[in-house]
Design a protein around this ligand. Sequence first.
Ligand SMILES: [Zn+2]
Length: 349
Amino acid sequence: MIELKWHKLSTKKKKYLSTANSALLLQSIPMTKRRVKEFLNNIDCKTELLILGVVGQNDTFVPGMEDSMQFRLATLDEVKQQLISLFKSNPKLKEQLEKKIVLLDYSYEVGKYVIRELKPKQIFWVNGSWRFSLHLRQEWWESYDLGVKIKRISPFANDNEAKSRAKKITAENLNWLTKKWKVNLDSDFAVDELKEFVQDISKLSWDWTGQTGACLVHEISGKNQTNSDSKKSDDSSRFEVITWSHNVVVPFESYIMHKGALKELHRTPPGENIELTQTNHAEVAAVLRAAEQGLNFENIDLVTSKFPCPVCARILADSPISRVYYSEGYSNGLGMMVLKGAGKSFLQI
Ligand SMILES: [Zn+2]
């Protein structure tokens, strides 16, 4: 097992590495020990080099997913210790693979150069290790242009491991959110606080193709309460948070990390074929949560980090919610048409 640093590699060495029949596992969130063992056992015997890319020295989270513990990147030490422990208990595996393994330390943004210069014969991507769909990333196109065999893999060996990570991380994330906001549903929030609050809630989403947060609020004071036609929010308004949610993957949060995201399997362009998802969007998830809790929907507004998509807009159109506060727009204008048609008002915050 050798360790290399990308920024210290000479052109000669890169050239030498590119001549080998190599497999590259790109930057990754942590895989379970059982999954690593399974992965190593399935490596094609013709593979001369197995390059394990590690970016955890330079980036703590998948860029753009900061503070989302489910998207924390594995560190070099973590990967090394896992391999040492596996080889200790599996002498046969050690004999077959130890000399073939290269731990490559590089930073996330140079991934496409790593592919271009090392020309691996096969690339493995661990689900959940990038932001947005994989086929929207340059690294993916780089592999596609080179004609490299691409495989997306799970970081878990089975459903139980996936569920157990989801349970542990969800608790950690909730702890972080509660500490920051001291989420006390009796306290009141100003508009700018709600904007930051839904942004933070969105970080609890496990769907890396889109993270959204939403909450249902009741206006306790301010002009918005009396002026439902206003297009601008009143900064002095105060709100009580009734309930909240984020994009929820079904049937369990780590499901797409384990089984793969439909959007990626179908190479869906952004904003299209929105039915290809295994996620309930935050707006609908918040409404479901409120219904589960038997909450009263009277005089309730929705606050969301992203304008509702057409599917959510249809559900909201048929709900007693009369006003939608949103932070980020949505490229497809259909949602807006649906809400307008239903007489709902919306305000950007
Ligand atoms: Zn939606």
